[in-house]
Design a binder for this molecule. Sequence first.
Ligand code: CTP
Length: 401
Amino acid sequence: MARGKPTILVGITGGIGAYKSCELVRLLQKRGFRVKVVMTEAATRFVTPLTFRTLTGEPVAVSLWADEPESKVHHISLAEEADVMAIVPCTANVMAKLAQGRADDMLTTTALATEAPLVIAPAMNTHMWRKETTRRNVEVLRARGAVFVEPGTGELACGDVGEGRLADVRIIANAIETEALRSRDLVGVHVLVTAGGTQEPIDPVRFIGNHSSGKTGFAIAEEAARRGARVSLITGPVSLPDPFNCEVVRVQTALQMRAAVLARFDTTDVVVMSAAVADFRPAAMSADKIKKGDAPEAIELERNPDILAELGERGSGVLLVGFAAETNEVVTNAQAKLEAKRVDLIVANDVSDPSMGFGTEHNKVYYVTADGVDETPVLGKRTIARDLLDRVAALLQSRKG
Ligand code: CTP
């Protein structure tokens, strides 16, 4: 990701709306962005690369093969330079390719290679836009974090009247600008995220654990890194790969998680405790596997330290975010935790609904602060991560101001 003037990579695909991208490029430049353009072959049938080269003063990428050789592979350098990639207009075909992760030209290869947020402004015939297969592709991309600027309704180039017309370029520019600001709003901030559940060993093969998949915490860490934060992710055993650009510390027990958190706390600005920390551990771990015949009648348990409460007690000025998984009285219980653990924000959710929460892709949460409660609709975990970090960034900003 470039520093200095933010770079918007505008991807243009083959639809009549491509001519409006000229205006979009101008608008983005007026708003202070550096703009680079990548086009599909089909897009060049509608507007020439020369138009965009003239508007931007930058080379326009079209083919994976024909461009002038650069020091770095071109689609990778474009992908890395972009603060935001915006595909305007995006055809049904390119959206399908993006949803599948295909990379058969410069535009789709760059889209797959970039870690930058993706803004998609679709434009197509009404019937194509409404087809179930297109709807599914939109949902797949949304769940991965893409931001959609929905098409408008009106007369289409094909003569039909209906939904499918490229959205107003000013609305598209606003969405791009919001993502560009987001992509840097945590620069200089050290965010510590805990994720997953801890495992408290009974013997070398057995443990007390819980259902936490770690997905929410990993999504928060990834999103924070994407927005420029230095991220430390401390996670219990989960089957998720390391998120890009994060320090990842894998631990097993609550005591190990506590030690890893405390070791980093002095340099931390924000702690997001999304881990499901086991409240109890077996008082003693058997060194050898316990045989059926020798099984004890009961396992004696010992309290684990409450990591979040311990951080709250320090009153250090670090912004503390806790989670509360509840089955009843969700908001009341969360408010009690907010006070008891002296944290700034509690993200509460109802785990009594099996379609949400642990292990699922979706959740509905309540943000509880001293100032009140906000309830969200059912959202993907990526969207929750983004929404939560918007709130964290705003809280950090209000402390500064
Ligand atoms: N937490 C923690 N250390 C613990 C237990 C919980 O840091 N030993 C943190 C969790 O990461 C979460 C918040 O505290 O951010 C709330 O955890 P939860 O288990 O829901 O609350 P408890 O305080 O343990 O209360 P209860 O189990 O009675 O609901």
